[in-house]
Design a protein around this ligand. Structure first.
Ligand SMILES: C[S@@+](CC[C@H](N)C(=O)[O-])C[C@H]1O[C@@H](n2cnc3c(N)ncnc32)[C@H](O)[C@@H]1O
Length: 236
């Protein structure tokens, strides 16, 4: 059964459509694209590129990019939608690139999917040039620590978001829209400790607000935000 990605690929491709899902379109894409635009970039790596949406966005900005992903069915879709693109079957834990190959490495909602995220981060830093940027979008640990999600009253009103076992690290199966995958919950401290130990310097941090989208969803999102964005620089 693995991590569920191969079986969920068709439903995932459908859920992403052209614009990505609600969170990507209304919350993450605007800030991720702003961060990329704020710098010159010669060669980018998208770790866990999935069906290739963010690679296509980087290419549209004139940035040469290679995407890697261990899920063949997603890579097939990435190649179909971008026949001239560069997409390789690989996992974050063993990246098939020489040291210091890229000046931008992107992890767009993949840290929660990478089983050995410590090895994955080590690899991302190894292939990053000095002065290069590791741009990470990840799920907020409050969200991944919750088996129940929103707690509602009898009338269906949203009361609060449940959080449990926050300081532990554990895998959890999550399911929606015919997608069933294994995600990892880790507290923010697990990621921060590792990134600091790798010698990176934090240059940007945000828990982005929605910029658009329907009002009810925006309201819920502000009560229990799903995402964080971090930009780490590898020192010279
Ligand atoms: C939530 S999707 C994100 C895909 C894409 N970055 C996006 O934002 O649409 C997570 C991706 O991580 C990939 N993945 C799972 N395990 C991985 C690993 N060990 N290394 C790299 N990617 C992995 C999955 O195949 C999937 O494409």
């Amino acid at each position: 059964m693995g991590n569920g990605w191969e079986h969920s690929a068709a439903a995932w491709i459908e859920a992403m459509g052209d614009t990505g899902d609600w969170g990507r379109e209304h919350v993450l894409d605007p800030v991720m694209l702003e961060r990329v635009s704020a710098r010159q970039c010669e060669y980018a790596l998208d770790v866990g590129c999935g069906e290739g949406r963010f690679c296509r966005m980087l290419k549209a900005m004139g940035i040469p990019v290679v995407g890697i992903d261990p899920t063949e069915a997603l890579l097939a879709q990435a190649r179909k939608r971008d026949p001239g693109g560069d997409y390789l079957l690989a996992s974050a834990e063993v990246l098939p690139f020489a040291n210091e190959s890229f000046d931008l490495v992107v992890s767009y909602l993949t840290l929660i999917d990478i089983a050995d995220f410590r090895a994955g981060l080590r690899e991302m830093v190894r292939v990053l040039k000095r002065d290069g940027t590791l741009l990470i979008a990840n799920l907020n640990g409050f969200i991944t620590s919750s088996p129940k999600g929103w707690v509602k009253d009898f009338d269906g009103h949203y009361l609060h978001y449940a959080v449990d076992r926050y300081l532990e690290e554990f895998p959890e199966w999550v399911a929606w829209s015919n997608i069933r995958i294994q995600n990892w919950h880790r507290p923010l401290a697990s990621y921060m400790r590792e990134l600091i130990a790798l010698g990176l310097v934090l240059r940007f941090f945000d828990e982005p607000h929605p910029r658009s989208g329907d009002a009810d969803r925006q309201c819920r999102y502000r009560r229990a935000p799903w995402f964080m964005v971090m930009e780490w620089q590898r020192p010279n």
